[in-house]
Design a protein around this ligand. Sequence first.
Ligand SMILES: Nc1nc2c(c(=O)[nH]1)N[C@H]1C(S)=C(S)[C@@H](COP(=O)(O)O)O[C@H]1N2
Ligand SMILES: [Mo]
Length: 411
Amino acid sequence: MPDPMPRREFLGTIAATGLTTALATRRATADGKRGAPNAPATSKRFLTSAEKFVDVSRGNPKPSTLRGEARAKARLTTDTWRLEIVSDGSAELANPLRLEDGTALDLASLETLGRTHGLKFLKAMQCNNIPVPLGQGLWEGVPLRDVLRRVGKVGNVRRVYYWGFHNNDPAQRFQSSLGYNQVMETPPWDLPPLVAYRLNGAEIPPERGGPVRMIVPWAHGFKSIKWLQRIVLTNDYKANDTYALQNNDPDSYLKTAAYLDKGPSTFKAGEPVVIEGTAMAGWSGLKHVEYWLRPDGGTDGKLAEEDPAWKSAAWQPCSLMPPPDDWEIVLPAGTLSQEIWGFDRATGKPKDWPPRFSVLPWSVTLVGLKPGAYELRARTVDLNGFAQPEPRTYQKSGLNLVPCKLFTVTA
Ligand SMILES: Nc1nc2c(c(=O)[nH]1)N[C@H]1C(S)=C(S)[C@@H](COP(=O)(O)O)O[C@H]1N2
Ligand SMILES: [Mo]
């Protein structure tokens, strides 16, 4: 699996802001001063540039590959994009937004709505079925509830169905859904579902689902429909998600989980063994990351769920990347941290660390290991005190395995 946020990408983001020198100086002073000893450098690898996300999208051709006239015809340019909000016949809407009578929402109107209701927020994208996150962005959009208010009084609505451009071929439609109350009554301490139109301070590029994509913060990628064009309010109570068809749980929440970077697998005795990875703060938050080191059992890192070794495992703490001192070097040029959801308006510091639905680096430095072969496992503990993959081990609700790395220390 690819490392979702290789270091050069992060440095790429920095280079783009012209603050490379600032980072270098900052590193020299901040390392070791903040957080736990040997914690990953404050601002290492945080945002993924838009083109470096792992792409998960269907379509023949993929809508992102349309160019020129074809893209305009698909209504996937900033000028041609429109969003329809209609009923499937079972719900009542006072003022549906339709293409045919010119009432569909255009991008300028969405951006106008954004000036009063818009949010900037951090979120990592993760596929239900891929064991590492696809990338992390600073997104910007309007809460879906504020977009839905555009249709006026509604009646008999139980669910919101939505999909994007799919080559006008019903067989290619990739759709998703939310409960109406999940959209309208998201608790104020949680991020609501959003209609997003910016990523990392720029327009959302076609590959990432632009010009406009849905983002459901607490969910896996399949709820975050790309090339969004149609929202249908329904009295139906059932999820219509395309992803539900392959035995996936259409109500799955992002899991709190640890991932291991590839990194080196041989080390010299006497030199520190540095193991690095990333961790996702899912809906249940992230308390800490921990590791378990033992001699290589010769099973290629496989350990059966019922193996008694799990019960006596000695889990030890890893170091998480501390919050950056200076968000300016992490964020796109012109973005202030105090504008970001979940950050303090006055101080510009995150209210919680790590912010939920984000990924961040962690590391552990092992010293004094004798020559030999080892296996190292990493896992997270969430704010409920559950160690990964508990409490739900059902993998179709989001891959949440305890990863293992084999390495050797040579004499
Ligand atoms: N229209 C559309 N939206 C889509 C998909 C798709 O195939 N078509 N794939 C989904 C899935 S399964 C995932 S994991 C995410 C991936 O987002 P990314 O390609 O920006 O990384 O997009 C989601 N949105
Ligand atoms: Mo996915």
